[in-house]
Design a binder for this molecule. Sequence first.
Ligand SMILES: C[S@@+](CC[C@H](N)C(=O)[O-])C[C@H]1O[C@@H](n2cnc3c(N)ncnc32)[C@H](O)[C@@H]1O
Length: 422
Amino acid sequence: MKIKENDELLLNGNYNIPAENILLTSTTDQLTNRREHTQRANVFRVAGLFAGIGGLEEGFRQAGHKSSMLCEFDSAAQKVLQAQFIGTEITTDVRAIASLPDCDVLTAGFPCQDLSQVGQRKGLSGPNSGLIEHVFRLLERQKRTPRWVVLENVPFMLTLNGGHAIRAITSTLEEMGYAWAYRTVNTQAFGLPQRRRRVILIASQSDDPRPPLLATDVEPALTQTRGVHACGFYWTEGNTGLGWAVDALPPLKGGSALHIPSPPAIWFPRRRLIAMPTIEDAERLQGFVAGWTNISDDPAEARKRWRMVGNAVSVPVAKWLADRLTAPHPKFSPRQNEIQPLPTTGGWPSAAWSYKGQRSKAQVSDWPIALPRAHLASFLKRDVVPLSKKATSGFLSRLVKSKLKYEEAFRLDLIHHVENAQ
Ligand SMILES: C[S@@+](CC[C@H](N)C(=O)[O-])C[C@H]1O[C@@H](n2cnc3c(N)ncnc32)[C@H](O)[C@@H]1O
């Protein structure tokens, strides 16, 4: 059956992706299948575990769905949730939850400290990331399992300890009768100038998870050469890496447990300026409205905002996913020669799936879509905060002693900034 142009837009969840970028193999029953899903598309009740400040949940809300329960341990993040999701039940500790409310979607961006490169690297046996076992415990207790389970974490989860975490998670899901698909996606693809790669895994006992997550792929629309564009970097680094990002910020981070804010810096070559974004622009760089975490005038509370924003899922990523889950999809039928077995040892690829007993790598990029985006310098709405003389000279001395490659113009502007900074 031939797909007409209008159908293509529909297939794509109303995101205007050119037809040639829709990676689907042909089927005979696309229309039937599509009608079936349209009838089932409705408002999802979303239960959010490890909700943080609600990046996933806000994305689902923007797509028209409703949060029925939020669970978050951190008291500052709880206050944000109370202010932003008025009327939604908030519980505090996933370990203490006996059962979930009846829900259509369960979101769980579980803690990444034991999985991230800067973390302790204990994998799923660590005290934080090991909390995912409560997701499985709660799912097992549900009489009516949610239609979709959405997990989110850092890409390092795919390779740490020979892929132990992703192997354990996907095997458990399979034992519980779930089909799953995961994909690494980049926040830059969703209209925001922040290079932030995160793994989104969706699982279902009823639906095929591959079409919503894997069926579209576009050419990354990146600013390739610096030109006059601003560049983001981590001024706290400079020994073995820079976190360099052209016309974008490197990933905003959760910062230290002591709530010491660690925002990245930006080099504005046109202004010969080294500065940091404000917290309000950092919120916008994650897709929240400015002031989303502004819950207290107490400076000690205010410092926690960077950590909370750095821990969040970028809102437009979640909105895109939510839209894709309700969009009608044709059947996903990879040809046999497109099925590529997953490695039996070592890390796993950046995207993969398991459906009806078959597992495969997925040949997709981290750009499922390319939403229009502003250049970093024009995206920032607030005045930036110049990096202090001390911080800049510390970074500069590490940089020149390191073996890192950097532009001479960058070094000269760092010196210029040190000479002129307060
Ligand atoms: C990666 S962040 C979550 C990001 C969030 N899902 C979003 O969409 O923006 C992980 C969160 O898990 C929370 N957390 C850690 N231990 C928890 C526990 N025992 N119960 C509930 N939440 C917990 C942390 O405080 C943190 O906010």
